[in-house]
Design a protein around this ligand. Structure first.
Ligand SMILES: [Mn+2]
Length: 441
């Protein structure tokens, strides 16, 4: 017998990848995990006869020749199947998108996908081979891609995810069904917890990063916590979020981490606590430890390990086109045209920043036929400035809250640089991972 498995606690992406894998390996049977992730339960229940999965215990005494593993490459995550086939010595083929982690599956052939969902990898293979998919399977698979890519908003999303999704839509996936499977909260307790989290998470500035974190005590382990954390993370916009749950009865502490910043990799951070996951979403379960010490430990760990966030000094332009306050508006206009800027800081004779003048201010002078008047009379004297160590996060707020296009960076009353909206945008863009060529026609 040959089989296809996903990771324990199967989620939508595992299920999606499994149904597509069945087309590529038609003589293989799907095997379900003992645990279905709470978010995927509706989907799984509805399609259970269609999926026609074996249970792990049904593998016992079977001669298993080959295993296709999707959405993980770690032995731990598929251990439940191996316990029934301890003598397995056949082939293992893996389709996984969890990046650089090395696999501890014996003799596995790894297909390493740089995309937002494991389902995408299989979908791309379908496109390449010209395999068609039934509307049911297309719906299941598309749900997997939406779920794992955070509706195509996670940073690991690539061109391939869109291509696979487009293929599934062409295969008549039902968007309406996909939408019903993606409803975030299935249980009443999740909604209660959601408001609890919103109310009690604290903002922290750790080495210039905007982190929100909180410690929550619960009587016992509850399902669906990570969906609640996801929803909170979507609404609040910190660089990263850490929710620490202490389950009193089991005396276990769960850390759920989310990040939207390349420089804050939550899987790296939570590996230290025995956990793992993606750079943008990870978790760790710490056994036999109360919540408070774990929480304090995490906070200390963040202070020690987070590299300082980027600051103004690193992204500012040092070559600043300044206007002298004694120049006429006409001179200023000619100067701005020459340097191709829409505005510039104004300095006095001793080089001190005294104001800012934009083309809009000069227009006012032109209307009043005052082009010979000195810049001094038309510039804005209230200048919002920042320091070299102002974080990018604060710069963003200064630019957008005040609706300004130029932010002079001042050190000891002297202008040392300038950040414009386009400096800010190109810095943020620089974080985007480069698109990976999926190799499809
Ligand atoms: Mn996945």
């Amino acid at each position: 017998m040959k089989i296809i498995v996903g990771h324990s606690n199967m989620d939508m992406d595992s299920i999606g990848a499994m149904v597509l894998a069945r087309y590529l390996f038609p003589d293989h049977r799907l095997v379900r995990s003992r645990f279905i992730h709470p978010v995927a339960r509706n989907l799984f229940n509805l399609y259970q006869y269609h999926l026609d999965c074996l249970t792990a215990s049904e593998l016992q005494y079977q001669n298993i020749e080959k295993i296709v593993v999707v959405d993980t490459r770690s032995y731990n995550q598929v251990r439940e199947y191996f316990t029934y086939i301890p003598d397995f010595s056949g082939e293992i083929e893996v389709f996984d998108h969890h990046g650089a982690v090395s696999s501890d599956l014996p003799r596995a052939v790894i297909h390493d996908g740089k995309c937002g969902a494991a389902t995408t990898m299989l979908g791309i293979e379908h496109i390449r081979r010209g395999i068609f998919v039934s509307p049911e399977d297309a719906t299941i698979a598309l749900t997997g891609i939406f779920a794992d890519t955070g509706n195509f908003t996670h940073e690991n999303v690539t061109d391939a995810d869109f291509q696979a999704a487009s293929f599934l839509v062409r295969s008549h996936a039902s968007i309406r069904l996909v939408n019903t499977f993606l409803k975030p909260f299935q249980g009443e307790h999740q909604l209660t917890l959601f408001y609890d989290l919103l109310e009690h998470l604290e903002d922290k500035n750790i080495n210039g990063h905007f982190i929100i974190m909180g410690l929550f005590e619960m009587e016992r382990q509850a399902s669906g916590l990570s969906e609640v954390v996801d929803k909170v993370f979507e609404i609040e916009t910190p660089d990263a979020l850490f929710a620490v749950f202490w389950f009193k009865k089991e005396n276990q502490t769960l850390i759920v981490g989310r990040s939207r910043k390349e420089t804050v990799k939550v899987n790296r951070i939570l590996e230290y606590f025995g956990g793992g996951g993606h750079p943008c979403a990870a978790s760790a379960l710490v056994k036999n430890q109360e919540g408070r010490p774990v929480y304090e430990h995490l906070r200390g760990h963040l202070h020690v390990t987070l590299l300082p966030a980027a600051v103004a000094g690193e992204i500012m332009s040092r070559r600043i086109a300044c206007i002298d306050e004694r120049w006429s508006l006409k001179e200023a206009a000619i100067f701005l045209e020459r340097v191709d800027h829409t505005g510039a800081p104004v300095i006095n004779a001793s080089g001190r920043l005294v104001g800012i003048v934009t083309l809009r201010d000069i227009m006012k002078g032109r209307k009043a036929e005052q082009m010979h008047a000195p810049v001094k009379g038309y510039m804005k004297r209230q200048v919002i400035t920042a320091a070299k160590n102002t974080t990018v996060r604060e710069i963003e707020q200064l630019l957008f809250r005040n609706d300004i296009g130029h932010l002079p960076i001042v050190d000891d009353e002297k202008m040392v640089g300038m950040i414009t909206r386009s400096d800010y945008l190109s810095f943020v863009r620089g974080y985007e991972p480069t698109l990976v060529d999926s190799g499809t026609p």
